[in-house]
Design a binder for this molecule. Structure first.
Ligand code: TRP
Ligand code: SF4
Length: 342
């Protein structure tokens, strides 16, 4: 049906994913996405990009935040172990090709497909009080994402559960485009989402870890900061005194043990909690150490890149040109199919 991408020297299946530059990446980003990216780069032809236009769909008044966060996020990626020799890294706004495909796809995409997306409906409700509703850019968010994906003919899109509706729309958009403009030979392959297997990492308060909720441990938080944040985490509310037995399943600290501790440490912690034979600070200690140990190589790599910002810019420069070559080729096919090759 749809043809496999043949645009690069690589015959590995192509993966594409993006992240919005909304601030320092935290452990939730690492375990929910980045770790998976690092694993994929060995087996797939990976394209990873900074979705700065997507950040603007909601943060259009925060110029400076976005500006500051773009290269910082690339440093976080490199710190996590993304290897620019294996993966192609670039910035969305440096690729006007995405905007052209977005415009062309917009012609044949029913507005109702975008209006029914849950995140759009939420935004509409949220902004109704100030009379603004959602912006036109926000309505187009999933279609811009479709253009991001389809322009590279990506086979797989690693995303969290909150993004599956967008990949689904991408498939519908591709199918409709192919049917209308290229019924003999599908130009735009339908991508599959690659759901990240890691369970969602809760934040310091047990709610979803996010920067805006103020409950995050940043990838680059120093050892003292991690120590302080984990020590002051709330625990099982029924374990008021050291002598009160607790229940790990009621405790926001427990999911961290499930992620960071081996079976014997977990057994030690849950037993010690239920029998009140250990205190909460005892229980947290191996976690603090595990997180600090995980962060150490990140910090070392980040320091090297931060000391050499030109190198980071160069990595993005090379990635952008590599991405552009692929994007241009797809656009040529799309323009021809739509009768715009004059
Ligand atoms: N919408 C994604 C997010 O919020 C970011 C994104 C933009 C993306 N374009 C993409 C992800 C294309 C995967 C593929 O995280
Ligand atoms: Fe939570 Fe550990 Fe304290 Fe139990 S001992 S309440 S699991 S921090």
């Amino acid at each position: 049906m749809s043809e496999a991408p043949t645009d690069t020297l690589s015959s590995r299946p192509r993966v594409l994913s993006g992240m919005r530059p909304t601030g320092a990446l935290h452990l939730g980003h690492y375990h929910g996405a980045l770790k998976n990216w690092v694993n994929l780069q060995a087996t797939h032809d990976c394209f990873f990009f900074v979705a700065d236009w997507h950040a603007l769909t909601t943060h259009y008044q925060d110029r400076s935040t976005i500006e500051r966060n773009v290269y910082d996020m690339v440093v976080d990626w490199l710190a996590a172990g993304i290897d620019p020799e294996q993966a192609t890294l670039f910035i969305q706004s440096r690729m006007p090709e995405h905007a052209e495909l977005f415009t062309l796809l917009a012609m044949s995409t029913p507005a109702a497909w975008l209006e029914r997306i849950p995140s759009y409906k939420d935004q509409l409700e949220k902004n109704r009080p100030n009379g603004e509703g959602a912006t036109y850019g926000f309505l187009g968010y999933p279609l811009l994402q479709a253009a991001d994906i389809l322009i590279y003919k990506a086979a797989c899109v690693p995303v969290g559960e909150d993004q599956t509706a967008h990949v689904e729309v991408t498939r519908e958009v591709a199918r409709r485009f192919n049917r209308i403009y290229s019924p003999e030979r599908a130009i735009l392959p339908e991508p599959q989402e690659l759901l990240t297997a890691t369970p969602r990492l809760p934040g310091l308060d047990g709610q979803k870890m996010s920067k805006s909720a103020g409950n995050a441990i940043a990838m680059r938080d120093g050892p003292e900061v991690v120590d302080e944040k984990v020590r002051t985490m709330p625990t099982d509310p029924q374990r008021v005194r050291r002598s009160d037995p607790g229940e790990p399943s009621r405790c926001p600290v427990w999911p961290l043990h499930q992620l960071y501790s081996d079976a014997s440490t977990q057994a030690w912690a849950s037993e010690g909690c239920r029998k009140a034979s250990i205190g909460c600070l005892d229980c947290k200690k191996p976690l603090i150490e595990a997180i600090q140990a995980e962060q150490k190589p990140w910090r070392e790599r980040a320091e090297a890149f931060l000391a050499n910002p030109k190198q980071v810019q160069w990595i993005v420069e090379v990635g952008t040109e590599r991405a552009r070559a692929v994007a241009r080729k797809t656009l040529r096919e799309v323009r021809t199919a739509m009768g715009l090759a004059y």
